[in-house]
Design a protein around this ligand. Structure first.
Ligand code: G3P
Length: 226
């Protein structure tokens, strides 16, 4: 499973990229609002993110109709070669996804919560599909089970030539809230997990690793005194 970081914060992205294990970035309007982003600054901000990361960067189109989404998607895709256009699931999003995929532009279909939604997004040519895990858990349903169903259902078919020619389809486990979600997404076989920076940091840690480091340091002090 590959790791994306789910943030629009440049410092977080730079730090996560410095670990050498980051494969991409996902952003959305909420994450951009969280860092105090402005409408006029959005294109340059996406370009800055794209320069920090050697991998796909999802930038969300925010318009409503398919015609508007296609135009906005083309503008976003022109910002950098590694931009992926994020579209929200729906009739307009599906139609725009097909048009953008036919134009060779990668789409990440977001706000996917069911197998039929995932299958439709895949048929419409999505390069990535983002089933949300945590938001199911927020309403006392099992987000990991839903992710498992989507991964299983998609694996019954060959998606190699459905979207942008030869690029295939990958499932991004999104709305990840814990290291446990990351473990479960990997066990299910999600291709990618997009993880908030704070959760990504927790994924590095383990109490036994911390305990082991302390013991090594203490014993090395003894060695240094000999
Ligand atoms: O990429 C979008 C998704 O990960 C958002 O997650 O935490 O807002 O449910 P969340």
């Amino acid at each position: 499973m590959k790791f994306f970081v789910d943030t629009a914060d440049l410092d977080e992205i730079a730090e996560a990229a410095s670990w050498g294990a980051l494969a991409g970035v996902t952003t959305n309007p909420t994450l951009y609002a969280k860092i105090g982003g402005s409408l006029s600054g959005f294109p340059a901000h996406i370009q800055r993110i794209c320069a920090l990361v050697d991998g796909p960067v999802s930038a969300e189109a925010t318009k409503t109709t398919r015609q508007e989404l296609i135009a906005e998607g083309r503008e976003l895709a022109a910002l950098a070669p590694n931009v992926v256009v994020k579209l929200v699931m729906g009739a307009e999003g599906l139609a725009a996804c097909r048009a953008l995929a036919d134009a060779g532009i990668g789409v990440n279909m977001t706000l996917v919560f069911s197998v039929p939604q995932a299958l439709l997004a895949a048929r419409a040519g999505a390069r990535y599909i983002s089933p949300f895990v945590g938001r199911f858990d927020d309403i006392a349903e099992d987000g990991i089970a839903q992710l498992g169903e989507i991964v299983d259902a998609l694996s019954n078919y060959d998606w190699q030539n459905v979207g942008v020619a030869g690029q295939g389809l990958e499932v991004i486990a999104a709305s990840i809230r814990s290291a446990q979600h990351v473990t479960q997404a990997a066990l299910i076989g999600a291709d990618i997990a997009t993880v908030p920076f704070a959760v990504l940091k927790k994924c590095i840690e383990h109490p036994l690793t911390a305990q082991g480091i302390q013991a090594f340091e203490k014993d090395w002090e003894k060695v240094c005194q000999v």
